[in-house]
Design a protein around this ligand. Sequence first.
Ligand code: 5AD
Length: 324
Amino acid sequence: MTAKEILKYLQAGERTALIKRADEVRKEHCGNKVILRGLIEFSNYCARNCLYCGLRRDNGSLRRYRMKPSEIIKASYGACEEGMKTLVLQSGDDFYYGVDDIRGIIKDIKKRFPDTAITLSVGERPDDEYKAFFNCGADRYLLRHETMNERLYKKLHPGQSLKERIRILEFLRKTGYQVGAGCVVGLPGQAIEDLRGDILFLQDFQPDMIGIGPFIPQSNTPLAESSIASVDFALKVIALARVVTKNSHMPATTALATLDEGCGHILGLNAGCNVIMVNFTPSKLKKDYAIYDNKVSVSLKRAEAAVLKSGREVTFERGDSLKR
Ligand code: 5AD
């Protein structure tokens, strides 16, 4: 799509045709099955101070937790035993875990469940660590680009830069990972033109996976008083991402499900998404992974119900990249 076309869709009040088109593209390039992935949020410590995120360093009201490697492994086994063929291991940017800790976790899971894909989502780390994780069996890496507006990026992520973020995404790809990018829709200060930039980036980079969700304020952040993003607008951005990337794996995000508890997943699945992330974080810790307010915890049951309701079928396949 041209920049002009993208902007036209973003500005239009009408979105039915776009969503229908995204649904058709999804069907043609990804099929009808919805892939489930098991998510384990193993630490909510974070060295960054992103203005919109509840895990930010300066949030003193958050009860912090770190799972021990043995606990992470145990939770991973649990998810595998429930049928998950992808484990997403996610945390804040927490350098408490050294290369050897993370390598040990990956190796253990791979030994016990060799067919399981491991996706890391642990933020910005040194290049040699990304290589080390890959070399001992990590398959995929999620690192949202967050926003393609360089100035907004800088403002929302003190001490970080968009250029570095994109460099890392390119490095991860070069290293051999299946790579996930994506953005937040409706960030305070984000213009429609900025989202056009996000879509153009996704079109150009063609990530193997894309996570897009609406902004939801978190009460203990500087953006607590900002307004919630609109689900409909987020769906438009998701649909555009589907149309321009065709076969990227794209979850109906938990943020969508949080804003619309009954229908969020289904709306996402109807607008181009083909993945749902199921939460396997130990239940006593879940509520402390407070990226934004009222974040729902997606159970296997709930994910399956959403898929069924949308008239699609769940698959327990690995769901590797369709771009290779
Ligand atoms: N609203 C919506 N998404 C958020 N994220 C962080 N804070 C928020 C928020 N307040 C997203 C970021 C991050 C992902 C794990 O969660 O895009 O990459």
